[in-house]
Design a protein around this ligand. Structure first.
Ligand SMILES: C[S@@+](CC[C@H](N)C(=O)[O-])C[C@H]1O[C@@H](n2cnc3c(N)ncnc32)[C@H](O)[C@@H]1O
Length: 231
């Protein structure tokens, strides 16, 4: 009998936002895998740490992050091969995923590579809902159309999508911040845009875009704003 790969969402950072199911599976895992760039444990592991059994094998995963997708795809191939070897021995694997595994998560790259061996997905609290919660503002209400817009999209695409949204969340802001900020000002959407950094973690910071120092760049953030439709 083969084991199962569980892609387990651990939520946005507050360990109390782990689900009971996540805790149960982590505590019973034979192998616990987690993203660990440059050998450093990452947030997903820190959130789950107290539930990882001493007996579980730890499998840090270092996926190269670069614009060329080639190296990352090769790293996922190698990881999936190692995981399949463990699963074929009948061992259960948990892969810890920040937030929710299927919401822009890197674990998505493993699903087809592990099939036809069993993969089960355990949803987690997303950074999207966590960001709305910490500012206490609805993400979307009534018939609002909420758009999730990755900041690396071209400015023209972002502009078009923002204009026709009732509400928007801009993610993966990072080095695109200046471009996104200029666009929000140009579309007159900066006024009520909020920058949420590290939602639910000790480092959490909430800043209106208009109050963000011009020489500052947000870190690990989501920008929540009203869209241009139905203003
Ligand atoms: C690759 S996506 C992964 C999202 C994750 N799977 C989830 O469900 O939250 C990473 C982006 O999510 C957003 N993000 C993740 N955690 C966050 C947090 N705690 N606070 C604010 N934004 C966060 C940032 O925009 C970041 O660039």
């Amino acid at each position: 009998v083969t084991g199962t790969l569980y892609l387990v969402g651990v939520g946005p950072g507050d360990p109390e936002l782990l689900t009971l199911k996540a805790v149960r599976l982590i505590a019973a895992a034979d192998v616990v895998a987690y993203p660990a760039a440059n050998g450093e444990t990452n947030l997903a592991f820190e959130v789950a740490r107290e539930h990882v059994p001493d007996t579980a094998q730890r499998l840090p995963v270092d996926i190269p992050m670069c614009v060329d997708p080639g190296p990352a795809q090769s790293a996922y191939d190698a990881l999936a091969k190692d995981m399949r070897t463990e699963l074929e021995k009948g061992r259960n694997l948990v892969y810890l995923c920040q937030g929710d595994p299927l919401f822009y998560g890197s674990a998505i790259n493993l699903i087809d590579r592990i099939a036809p061996l069993p993969v089960a997905i355990v949803p987690g609290v997303t950074s999207l809902t966590a960001s709305a919660a910490v500012i206490g503002r609805p993400l979307a209400a009534r018939n609002d159309i909420l758009k999730v817009l990755p900041a690396p999209l071209a400015s023209g695409v972002l502009e078009r999508e923002l204009k026709s949204a009732s509400a928007a969340a801009i993610i993966k802001v990072g080095r695109h911040f200046d471009r996104v900020r200029d666009l929000l000002y140009r579309l007159d959407l900066a006024g009520d845009a909020m920058i949420v950094e590290h939602a639910t973690r000790a480092e959490q910071r909430i800043t209106p875009l208009a109050a963000f120092a011009s020489n500052e760049r947000p870190y690990f953030s989501t920008i929540l704003c009203a869209g241009g439709a139905d203003r």
